[in-house]
Design a protein. Structure first.
Length: 505
């Protein structure tokens, strides 16, 4: 008779934890390779991460690790086994990552480390003798538990010379002050992506992008991999997708070589420390897909430490609509009040994901790391479906005061007339509807005259008394009214202020 879900849970709770057993071959004194096999069982309800000690003998020139785990059948609707892996060297496993040597999550079943090379996701360096730790991450555990087996193989001999660390340049061939297109959320073979940095760089240029952010899960090993593959017209920002069990956050544009730890939950009250790590390394803290429904994806840390928020992640889905509405609800426009700009990213991993779909278009003084990050931080940006849509959006007064996307228009009084102007070009906008949104909701819609036409520019009058801010949306025709269609573009707001700027205020 098949076991029920209740039987499985009872069996798992009754089963004691099985500590790792160790077997091996060879003496570990050199010569032929030696192996160590570590076995154990992680019970249901185990901690997020399990450290398995691995004693590495002297004289090792290469460490190779492979692992397997059982995947027993489970009742419908019950999570099965999924086990991630990484490794720390003898410098230790303390939070902050001083001993961090790599992480591949569940993307691969084996990896190696040497002084002159390592599997993508892992960091080259010396294989020092001493106690290392394999870090296991039981993403989900079946009620029966998760039996695993790890095999470590030690090869001996003189260590090869270490390769120098080189990083991509922080300046690319730009156009001076201009609108630059980028994708701040892409994954390569250094985590669970399927493409190399060289392949991603080629796809980025084909998509019309000027910059991308290297954002592999929980590792910075890709930072050096971009150095020799970046064309002069493409700026590569180095970063990470910090993938915790209570939300993912993009570290955008951190100093090359920066590692940001991920081994905490919102309840641990540690996120502020690592948000400061990101900003201290010059980067931006950007919660990713905050309303995604995958296990551990929903954002639970709050937005007090964020610099921007990803409201559009890959192909438009209902959780993006929720993210957009939630972000809009935070916009008030009060003078001096901090607000979070919205950004978009493809979250590219593999086909059918498309690099640059969607993308963030930012106004920057040049195509440099500092200028692009400054534009993103200030909200001088809009989200676009692709490079086949371009948006122009601003607000002006009769006396010529002007503010563009992400700006603030100050007027002599709250009843000053403000003209809001929106236009869109590009084939992706054909048949779309233009929408203006304020703190009062959607205030204007304008559709193209024909299904194959780009919408005509729109102008709309308001005052700061009526509208604290105005933002624009370019939407495809609705597939299931009354729900709106997927966007071709979304802008950050223009804030309207009915008081003049005065020194000292």
């Amino acid at each position: 008779m098949a076991m029920t879900r209740r039987d499985l849970l009872a069996a798992a709770s009754a089963a004691p934890h099985v500590p790792a057993a160790v077997t091996g071959t060879g003496t570990g004194t050199g010569g032929a390779p030696t192996t160590r096999t570590l076995r154990g069982t992680i019970p249901a309800g185990a901690p997020d991460f399990v450290e398995v000690p691995l004693d590495v003998p002297a004289g090792v020139s290469e460490l190779h690790v492979s692992y397997t785990y059982e995947k027993p059948p489970v009742p419908p609707g019950t999570p099965g086994n999924a086990l991630d892996i990484g490794i720390f060297d003898p410098r230790g496993t303390a939070l902050g990552g001083h001993g961090f040597r790599g992480w591949s999550g569940g993307a691969r079943a084996e990896f190696f480390l040497r002084t002159d090379g390592a599997t993508p996701g892992y960091l080259p360096g010396p294989i020092d003798a001493g106690r290392w730790h394999l870090l296991l991450g039981p993403y989900t555990v079946a009620p029966q538990g998760l039996p695993y087996e790890i095999t470590a193989t030690f090869s001996y001999g003189p260590a090869a010379p270490g390769a120098p660390r080189r990083y991509p340049p922080q300046r690319a061939r730009g156009r001076g002050r201009a609108w630059y297109r980028g994708d701040c959320h892409v994954h390569s073979v250094h985590s669970d992506g399927r493409r190399t940095p060289a392949e991603i760089a080629a796809l980025a240029r084909a998509a019309g992008l000027d910059f991308i952010n290297s954002s592999d899960h929980n590792t910075h090993s890709a930072h050096t991999a971009w150095a020799d593959v970046v064309p002069p017209e493409l700026l590569v920002l180095t970063g990470e997708e910090v993938t915790t069990r209570t939300g993912h956050v993009l570290a955008v544009g951190t100093d090359p070589g920066t590692f940001v730890d991920w081994r905490y939950r919102a309840r641990d009250d540690r996120f502020g420390r690592f948000a400061r790590t990101i900003r201290g390394a010059g980067g931006l803290v950007v919660p990713a897909h905050p309303h995604a429904t995958c296990i551990g994806c929903a954002w639970k840390f709050g937005f007090g430490e964020a610099d921007a928020v990803e409201v559009w992640n890959g192909p438009w889905t209902p959780d993006d609509e929720v993210a957009l509405a939630s972000w809009d609800a935070t916009l008030r426009g009060a003078r001096g009040e901090r607000w979070l700009p919205a950004v978009a990213g493809s979250d590219h991993h593999r086909d059918p994901d498309r690099v640059g779909t969607p993308q963030t278009v930012v106004l920057a003084d040049d195509l440099t790391r500092d200028a692009v990050l400054a534009g993103l931080r200030s909200g001088r940006s809009y989200a676009a479906e692709s490079d086949r849509v371009t948006v122009s959006f601003d607000a002006v007064t009769p006396r010529g005061a002007h503010a563009g996307i992400g700006g603030r228009l100050s007027t002599p009084d709250p009843d000053t007339d403000v003209l809001v102007r929106l236009s869109v070009t590009g084939s992706a906008a054909e048949g779309c509807e233009l929408r203006l949104v304020t703190d009062q909701g959607v205030v204007l819609t304008a559709a193209a005259d024909a299904a194959d036409a780009v919408p005509a520019p729109v102008e709309w009058h308001t005052t700061p008394a009526r509208s604290a801010y105005v933002r624009a949306e370019v939407r495809h025709p609705a597939g299931a009214p009354p729900l709106p269609g997927a966007p071709a573009a979304l802008t950050n707001p223009v804030f309207l202020d009915g008081r003049p700027d005065r020194p000292g205020r």
